[in-house]
Ligand binder design. Structure first.
Ligand code: MLT
Ligand code: MN
Length: 311
């Protein structure tokens, strides 16, 4: 069995977002049970329930740890069940939470060299003492054993793969108008299995297009987390809440003939769950027609605190 814990279901900014006065954000602030707040996207995986590997370190990580007993220290005066952090991209909502883990307890960071390059380009991350926070470099297509900082094999196996996407917003090179300087490794998807046990988890929270490679990774997954940023590509523009389309941000939307639901509809997937859901996406509201439509298509929306056992 692989234990999966959703720490945060929201996209960058979370839900409600600090500067949004939309009806949906006002509903979330008022405690409406049909507009549940969502912190920024992160998922924990564990083989034994004692050592956890977190996919991305959201800016909300401190709050996420405090409300999840699985992540509280149990040994000695200083310890943590968090054995490692796996980074799928360099966006603020994926890396800023590393700064919450600076108080000298060992863990590993698993990332592609492109993302270690982003950390190295931002000197604030030097606050993670290298004698405590060690690095494991990921290459796409290669399977790695997830090990804690003591080198002990957790039993989990990680295979990262390339996903169509975009370099982190603050690393965009405006002179490269086609792809803003995006290179392979800027956005990866993850496949997680457990040695000697059934069950395969696929995590893709930033995805600009479903190509043949993405489809083949998703096919047959027992649990798929997929990029649920927007319902429609132009929703931020038409709602007057932003100037960018989903495609400009490197995200494929859920709905319509070109959306992710259509692109993945014919695949055999055990459980399909949208994550990294933007505050403008009506699918966040459990009483919306959009939520009903995605559920009818066999999808779910992730919620903070959701626990899933995969076997
Ligand atoms: C994204 O998912 O597109 C990013 O989180 C945007 C951002 O960094 O604000
Ligand atoms: Mn994001």
């Amino acid at each position: 069995m692989i234990r999966v814990l959703v720490l945060g279901a929201g996209a960058g900014g979370g839900f409600p977002q600090w500067n949004s006065n939309s009806e949906a954000c006002r509903r979330a602030r008022s405690g409406d049970p049909r507009a549940l707040p969502a912190t920024q996207a992160s998922v924990g995986v564990s083989a034994d329930g004692d050592r956890w590997f977190l996919i991305n370190a959201a800016p909300d990580l401190r709050e996420q740890i405090n409300r999840q007993p699985q992540l509280h220290p149990t040994e000695g005066l200083r310890s943590s069940p968090i054995a490692g952090i796996i980074l799928t991209n360099g966006d603020v909502d994926a890396v800023a939470g590393l700064l919450h883990l600076r108080e000298r307890t060992p863990f590993k960071i698993y990332a592609h060299p492109r993302i270690f390059g982003v950390l190295d380009a931002n000197p604030i991350f030097k606050v993670l003492a290298p004698d405590m926070v060690t690095r494991e470099t990921l290459s796409t297509g290669a399977t790695t054993a997830l090990r804690g900082p003591d080198g002990a094999d957790s039993g989990l196996r990680l295979t990262p793969f390339a996903v169509p996407g975009k370099v982190a917003l603050y690393m965009e090179d405006a002179s490269r108008s086609g792809n803003f300087g995006t290179q392979e490794g800027d956005t990866i998807g993850l496949e997680i299995t457990r040695e000697g046990a059934p069950g395969r988890v696929v995590f893709i929270a930033n995805c600009a297009a479903v190509d043949a490679a993405v489809r083949s990774r998703c096919a047959g997954a027992d649990l798929l987390f997929f990029d649920g940023t927007l319902w429609r590509n132009d929703e931020m523009v038409t709602r007057g809440e932003g100037v960018k389309t989903g495609q400009r941000m490197g995200h494929l939307s859920m709905a319509g003939p070109d959306g992710s639901m259509a692109a993945l509809a014919d695949l055999d997937i055990g459980r399909r769950v949208f994550i990294h859901i933007n505050n403008t996406n009506p699918a966040l509201l459990s009483d919306s027609p959009e939520r009903a439509e995605l559920e009818a298509a066999g999808w779910q929306v992730a919620e903070d605190g959701m626990e899933i056992a995969v076997s």
